[in-house]
Design a protein around this ligand. Structure first.
Ligand code: 3NM
Length: 511
């Protein structure tokens, strides 16, 4: 029988998670909501009660034609006639369990690292539970937190083996991240076959609705970052579409939700207005729940990060991730302090970013290749050759399956497959505050209106922004950074106005 691992429920009977709810009712509702396999996991109860509850649960799962596995206790699985067991690394060994339960039993094994995954796969496990993906209070003594990068590593190693068995990811998964975990695990190897959750269903007040929400996310995992990427390889093809996208932005006037630093709030709002977007500067995470419904995009700019700020970013990012709304991350000063390095880690492990935009130091830090302490938060001197810069942008984008913009004198834009160098812009941008941050605001607005190819959306934003800067610097009334700012806002505004008349003269300046 082919087993469907796509939404795997692991039970928990503790007060902290189950509360006063009735476990069999929770399991039945979860199956009705879309759970495809159930593991009865109870580390505390004694044998007689385990058997009693196991029998009740099995009656329910059988009725719905869903397999029931028992965590750890091979004897109890046998006693209740369950379809199989799930074994942790400290439980009975796979071969003994197989001998006891026979060839038809489903036996799953937990794998936290490459050797465990390889041994279980070659030892005849039917599936692997790969984790712990994200930190979770549900399981005591979890080993390392491996993130989506760790899951990818294991899947990649498994893809080189003769046997191919299904995998599920586990640990800290919920409606805001299952889609991302499945999406990010997919490349370069086949992704996970499902996700296993405890608290996302068992702790929910309505387990059927919770399962249904997870089901919906799982059934709609994007296959590629940009569906149109294949047709959009050549620079000319990409650029030819920019005017229409600028025009679309003016027409749709998307909400551009900024959680940005104290220094640039006003400037970012003005830039958003000038390009035709509709800015809101809302730093309280709770508000995101209402704002996501408006179809805009979110900018998380951690330029003046605080502990409260970090909680707010996380809440907002989750709200956008839950509905697949675009999120841009600007890890300002990522390498400058320990607080910022930790903030990057927290944010990267809590959400999916469609675009990460930063200078070379920041991108390196996000990638985990720190170059030592960065001074201040400004762009910093360039340190590496072109090939190295291309590698950095490309590697981060491939790892995250998103778009990375690495800014500098030349900007590098990559989605892991396509990488472009952009040489537009003007030195004055380096003489005013917030030019990098407001480029983030601009790109986010474009992400909101052009979802088919996020790299192209980002490119449209960069072109409009950097060419407007060149035009402003060339104006007679612009004499230096001070007069540059209003000139720049004017030129952004004029490009937006021109675009509505299908005039793309400005784009001829693209380099
Ligand atoms: N196993 P939640 S993590 C049962 O890493 C279990 O092997 C894990 O709970 C592992 O979905 C975990 O509430 C608990 O985060 C997962």
């Amino acid at each position: 029988m082919a087993v469907d691992y796509s939404l795997y429920l692991v039970t928990d009977s503790t007060q902290a998670i189950l509360g006063d709810k009735d476990l069999p009712s929770v399991v039945e509702a979860a199956i009705e909501g879309g759970v495809t396999i159930v593991q009865y996991r109870d580390k505390k109860t004694d044998t007689a009660d385990l058997i009693r509850m196991g029998k009740q649960l099995h009656a329910i799962t059988k009725k719905h034609n869903v397999p029931l596995l028992v965590n750890d206790h091979v004897g109890i699985a046998q006693a209740i006639g369950a379809e199989g067991v799930h074994l942790g690394q400290e439980d009975m060994d796979l071969q003994t369990a197989r001998r006891i339960l026979g060839p038809d039993a489903i036996i799953g094994v937990t794998a936290n690292n490459l050797p465990e995954a390889v041994v279980a796969t070659s030892g005849g496990a039917d599936y692997l539970g790969i984790g712990t993906v994200y930190a979770t209070p549900t399981k005591e003594n979890t080993k390392s937190i491996i993130g989506t990068a760790g899951v990818k590593n294991i899947l990649h190693r498994l893809s080189t083996m003769d046997q191919a068995i299904p995998t599920v990811a586990i640990g800290g998964l919920n409606a805001s991240n299952v889609q991302r975990v499945m999406f990010q695990s997919k490349s370069p190897s086949k992704g996970v076959d499902g996700v296993a959750v405890v608290s996302a269903i068992v702790a929910a007040s309505d387990s059927k609705a919770a399962a249904a929400a997870l089901r919906k996310s799982i059934d709609n995992v994007p296959t590629t970052m940009s569906p149109k990427a294949k047709e959009n390889q050549k620079v000319e093809t990409l650029l030819s579409q920019v005017p229409a996208i600028v025009k679309k932005l003016g027409k749709m006037s998307p909400l551009c939700h900024n959680m940005t630093n104290l220094v640039v709030q006003n400037f970012a709002a003005n830039v958003a207005l000038s390009i035709g977007a509709n800015p809101i500067m809302a730093n309280y995470g709770e508000e995101a729940k209402d704002l996501v419904g408006l179809g805009g995009a979110l900018v998380i700019n951690m330029g003046t990060v605080t502990p409260d700020g970090l909680l707010n970013y996380t809440a907002a990012m989750r709200a956008y991730n839950e509905i697949g709304g675009p999120v841009l991350f600007d890890p300002v000063g990522a390498g400058a302090t320990k607080v910022r390095r930790n903030a990057v880690k927290t944010l990267m492990s809590n959400g999916y970013f469609d675009v990460i935009k930063g200078n070379e130091n920041e991108i390196r830090t996000v990638l985990g290749e720190s170059m030592g302490q960065q001074k201040g938060v400004d762009s910093g001197a360039s340190t590496s050759e072109e090939a190295e810069k291309v590698r950095l942008a490309k590697q981060l984008a491939a790892r995250e399956r998103n778009v990375v913009l690495m800014t500098g004198k030349t900007d590098y834009l990559s989605d892991g497959e396509r990488t472009y160098a952009i040489k537009n812009g003007h030195a004055y941008l380096g003489n005013i505050t917030g030019s990098g941050c407001t480029l983030g605001t601009t790109i986010a607005a474009f992400l909101a209106v052009h979802k088919e190819d996020r790299l192209l959306a980002a490119l449209a934003g960069i072109m409009m922004y950097e060419i407007a800067a060149e035009q402003a610097a060339a104006r007679d009334d612009v004499k230096g950074p001070g007069t540059f700012v209003p000139g720049f806002l004017d030129q952004l505004y004029l490009i937006a106005a021109d675009a509505s008349q299908d005039d793309s003269e400005w784009l001829k300046a693209a380099k």
